[in-house]
Write a protein that binds this ligand. Structure first.
Ligand SMILES: [Zn+2]
Length: 184
């Protein structure tokens, strides 16, 4: 998806008076559009397509809320590195140490500073926790489940972050970040 399509989605939501679309559309702007283009707009043929001032402000103001999501995500890993993860774990000491190492890896990979707090986790978890990780299966599944539950909850907060009261998180996007297999 190109920058003009992402900004276009916000403009379409405004034109159609579908404010419930705005949090997801503005969130995409925050993830993929530079601050310069959020403020100045992007070319669409001979025209320039740009966000309304209110939407520009919503994007800029959202950084605090996005940063707090990242902080709460980091807390899950830090807590696992301090207290351990699954109560079913029989290798508590090594799993707790491994989770501590995951915190450092995530910091080194800027996982807690990514503009998109939801997007990169599936790939990162698969590569470092499922494929190469040193956690036992109980701790691995516990961490995976906690992260997905957390991201689903945080996705619901996008309405508050972007100042949209009628945000409905029951969208395709929310399903993508939070699969329904919570009980596995
Ligand atoms: Zn374990």
């Amino acid at each position: 998806m190109e920058d003009k399509d992402i900004i276009g989605a916000v403009c379409l939501a405004r034109a159609a008076n579908r404010t419930s679309w705005l949090p997801a559309a503005l969130y995409a702007c925050n993830c993929y559009i530079s601050t310069t283009d959020i403020l100045n707009g992007v070319s669409l043929g001979p025209e320039t397509i740009r966000l309304e001032v209110a939407d520009q402000i919503a994007c800029l103001n959202a950084w605090g809320g996005i940063s707090k999501i990242q902080g709460r995500t980091q807390r899950i890993f830090v807590l696992g590195g301090v207290k351990g993860l699954s109560t079913q774990c029989t290798t508590h000491k090594s799993c707790t140490a491994a989770c501590g190492c995951l915190v450092l890896l995530a910091i080194d990979d800027y996982m807690f500073h990514d503009k998109n707090p939801f997007g990169p986790w599936d790939t990162w978890m698969k590569e470092l926790v499922f494929d190469k990780g040193k956690l036992c299966s109980h701790c691995r599944d516990h961490l995976d489940l906690e992260l997905k539950k957390h991201l689903r909850k945080e996705w619901k907060s996008l309405g508050d972050i972007f100042g949209v009261a009628d945000w409905s998180p029951q969208t395709k996007d929310s399903a993508e970040v939070a699969p329904e297999d919570e009980n596995r």
